[in-house]
Ligand binder design. Structure first.
Ligand SMILES: Nc1ncnc2c1ncn2[C@@H]1O[C@H](COP(=O)(O)OP(=O)(O)OP(=O)(O)O)[C@@H](O)[C@H]1O
Length: 272
């Protein structure tokens, strides 16, 4: 059974004259334990996709199935129950949005475990045991998120998301706000999780960031997934003109296929 099945997802914002479509028939399936990179430029609908899967915006059409449960029509109470079970977790670009500023690091890590019904003594044990995996020191436990560096905070957010051993974690631009050293560190931590069986949807505007970590890459363009395939294939032989453009303009990709003239031609084609 797939851990996530999104089919024909439409999301609109605003009303009447201001109504704007952010997702237009987006579909994506994620299998247990796989890392899927969801890439697209600003405004393509990446964050909206994350918000819809997490129940933070209501789709106007389409179906979302999380770990076998159709959540498309879920009310708040049902979302709360799903969150308590710890099946689905998230990490946002700004760790201060994933972490409660008034909770110590220890309490931030304990909260999802206690919500899931794990006894306190066992939860404390598990939180302590998890710190080395995200390369954090125990002395940070009594501190507040505001007292940590951005990189440390994001590692706490990653630990909090993964500690309940969820089936699926949605990471929306998890490394975009970090400096190069912290970016590499968080990417390495995520890579180490490959054998835990937790599926990750890694959202980024930068194909280079996800290329080294994703098993599959999905390309979002104007609210639809226009291409999806094994990361290697999408990079080496992109099919959709927009993907060709992305691959060609990612300086970190050795396979950078399109030259400058070709990129300009593709851009003209896409804007036509
Ligand atoms: N709360 C909102 N109200 C109205 N329009 C919105 C809202 N959130 C997003 N949009 C619009 O929906 C479209 C998709 O936005 P979304 O944030 O999902 O894109 P994105 O790919 O994540 O972009 P970015 O990389 O800039 O975050 C954009 O045109 C955006 O302006």
């Amino acid at each position: 059974m797939s851990v996530l099945e999104v089919t024909g997802l439409d999301v609109h914002y605003g009303l009447r004259r201001h109504r704007r479509q952010a997702l237009a028939g987006a579909s994506l399936t994620v299998e247990p334990g796989e890392i899927v990179g969801l890439i697209g430029e600003t405004g393509s609908g990446k964050s909206t996709f994350a918000r819809a899967v997490l129940g933070l915006v209501r789709p106007s059409a389409g179906r979302i199935v999380v770990d076998g449960e159709d959540v498309s029509g879920h009310r708040d109470r049902q979302w709360r129950a799903l969150r308590r079970r710890g099946v689905l977790q998230y990490v946002f670009q700004d760790p201060l949005r994933s972490l409660d500023p008034d909770l110590t690091i220890a309490d931030s890590l304990l909260e999802p475990l206690l919500l899931k019904g794990i006894p306190r003594v066992e939860a404390v044990e598990r939180a302590r045991g998890y710190l080395p995996r995200v390369r954090l020191d125990e002395e940070l436990l009594p501190r507040l998120p505001g007292e940590l560096s951005g990189g440390q905070r994001q590692r706490v957010a990653v630990a909090r998301a993964l500690i309940t051993e969820p089936k699926l974690v949605i990471l929306d631009e998890p490394v975009s706000a970090l400096d190069a050293a912290n970016r590499v560190q968080v990417l390495e931590i995520l890579k180490d999780l490959r054998d835990t069986g937790i599926a990750l949807v890694f959202i980024s505007h930068d194909l280079g960031s996800v290329a080294g970590i994703a098993d599959r890459v999905a390309v979002l363009y104007q609210g639809s997934v226009v291409e999806v395939g094994p990361a290697r294939d999408v990079i080496a032989a992109p099919e959709h003109p927009y993907t060709k453009l992305l691959v060609g303009s990612a300086p970190t990709l050795r396979m950078a296929a399109a030259g400058r003239a070709e990129r300009e031609a593709l851009r003209a084609l896409l804007n036509a």
